[in-house]
Ligand binder design. Structure first.
Ligand code: HEC
Ligand code: HEC
Length: 431
């Protein structure tokens, strides 16, 4: 997509304004209004009165989120030569095995039929090129053409935000289904994929390959350290004045907004899109890949609006015990002291003027990551939709919500009984 969007300044200003004032009237999130028996509302401020997002801007942002490479083919093709890797070695089965997802809605009926009849060779990289030709590999954009003998070749390939921040509902088969935008792809092994590039030396390949599914280190190419985080959700962020685990993104460092700060960071410094990023807080890091054309900046308002339009998913029916969760809510506020940090409508105190916490506030096993970031502090993670994305904490060091609760119980010496821990876990499942 090469279109230069004409962004009206009005929604942008409204977004900016949203971070200046919050009031506590009715919910814009579509959640059940507070009332007796409502688990998901804590005492105090129950909702943020956020401006309505412009639907046209949101729709533009959806296209960008799913399909825009920002010109990053320059990196993924010209430098890493991933087009060669894919066309020679990545069959659909290999692609699914490294966690790539297939958008079933993008497949032509004939291809769907052929897959159902078993007439498609899922071990043949040529089939992957057919999928790419149909724009059906989530987060991967390829330009496919034909060799003289009629076989397909992959001329250019690039990646989009959807690679890491979308998955599918597996409605067709495992790894194949309808897109779930903004859900983190915790099956994806981005490090392993990058390690297949013939352009990297053995030591760099080994580092990338060591990260594992669901993890990525967005700072490795800056500071040379390898300490990946889980890929977080990109939903449920509207109203947070800071983005990322450490609150690096804020309006002071990116006028478009907190999420746009990080979107620029990733689009330029990680995806290698044609754009510009600079932050004096990161040892004056300046990355300029514009090559005469900034393909990032004018897309940020729409991209951010799309992310803000996606609320955290509500828990599936019957996925938790209501009575136990109701007891857990009392513990969350009381004996567990959880609500002292996970407060307000989004279960984080960052909405209180952008509050962040020192290194010791995290009960994750790794606490060093924070020192590599712009703030060197933690943002209290928002908890809505937490049921959806194990493992937990930035380092993925708690595999389940039970483990989260027992970690807090131990580290913070909460003296919760086994049944109290079970109730608190049920409560987390209900958010
Ligand atoms: C290779 C995988 C990868 C790609 C591609 C990627 N991200 Fe991320 N994203 C991450 C990781 C890992 C983090 C966590 C970094 C941190 O918090 O320190 C993250 C963090 C975020 C956050 C912060 C969420 C929060 O809780 O504040 C947002 C929003 C986001 N990404 C959106 C995007 C968008 C939009 C794009 C495309 C421009 C993108 N990401 C591309 C891996 C990726
Ligand atoms: C001192 C502030 C503080 C208190 C008290 C606190 N948390 Fe947290 N919580 C955080 C921070 C900071 C993070 C992010 C840490 C990280 O990822 O390393 C976090 C992360 C989490 C996560 C993981 C979120 C994710 O996206 O993976 C869960 C779940 C959670 N907390 C639940 C609780 C529960 C339950 C309690 C009470 C027993 C509690 N917290 C008490 C600050 C706090």
């Amino acid at each position: 997509m090469k279109t230069k969007f004409q962004i009206s300044p009005v929604p942008t200003l409204l977004l900016i304004a949203a971070f200046g004032f919050f009031s506590c009237n009715k919910s814009d999130f579509g959640h059940v209004p507070p009332g007796p028996g409502d688990l998901s509302t804590l005492p105090g401020k129950t909702s943020l009165n956020l401006p309505k997002l412009d639907p046209a801007l949101v729709e533009q942002g959806k296209q960008i989120f799913r399909y825009e490479t920002f010109g990053d083919e320059t990196f993924w093709t010209d430098q890493l030569q991933m087009n060669q890797v894919i066309q020679t070695a990545v069959s659909p089965n290999t692609a699914l095995a490294v966690g790539l997802k297939v958008d079933a809605a993008a497949l032509p009926a004939a291809v769907v039929d052929a897959i159902k009849r078993g007439a498609v060779d899922l071990n043949d990289p040529q089939t992957t090129l057919v999928l790419l030709q149909n724009n059906a590999v989530v987060g991967v954009k390829g330009q496919v053409s034909k060799n003289a003998d009629g076989s397909l070749k992959l001329d250019r390939v690039g990646i989009t935000c959807a690679l890491c921040h979308s998955t599918v509902d597996n409605s067709f088969a495992k790894g194949i289904g309808n897109r779930l935008d903004a859900w983190p792809n915790r099956d994806l092994n981005p490090g392993l994929i990058i390690s297949l590039s013939p352009a990297l030396d053995a030591a760099t390949k080994a580092t990338y390959a060591s990260w594992g599914p669901g993890f990525y280190d967005p700072r490795f190419n800056h500071d040379g350290l390898s300490d990946p985080t889980v890929i977080p959700p990109a939903y449920g962020l509207y109203g947070l004045p800071k983005s990322t685990f450490t609150g690096d993104g804020d309006i002071q460092h990116e006028p478009v907004g907190p999420v746009a700060y990080w979107n620029r960071y990733v689009a330029v410094t990680q995806m290698h899109g044609h754009g510009y990023f600079a932050d004096p807080r990161l040892n004056n890091w300046v990355v300029d890949y514009r090559q005469g054309d900034d393909l990032v900046s004018d897309k940020l308002p729409a991209l951010q609006a799309y992310e803000y339009s996606i609320s955290a998913p509500t828990p599936p029916a019957n996925s938790f015990d209501f009575a136990s969760a109701a007891r857990g809510k009392i513990l969350f506020i009381g004996k567990g002291h959880c609500a002292s940090c996970h407060s307000g409508p989004l279960f984080t105190d960052v909405i209180d003027g952008g509050k962040l916490h020192p290194q010791s506030a995290s009960v994750a096993l790794d606490k060093e990551y924070v020192n590599r970031t712009a703030t060197k502090l933690w943002r209290v993670s928002p908890l809505r939709g937490i049921w959806q994305h194990p493992p937990y904490f930035h380092d993925g060091s708690a595999k389940t919500l039970d483990e989260v609760v027992s970690r807090y119980n131990q580290v913070n010496k909460l003296k919760l009984s086994a049944s109290e821990m079970a109730d608190l876990t049920e409560y987390l499942k209900s958010l």
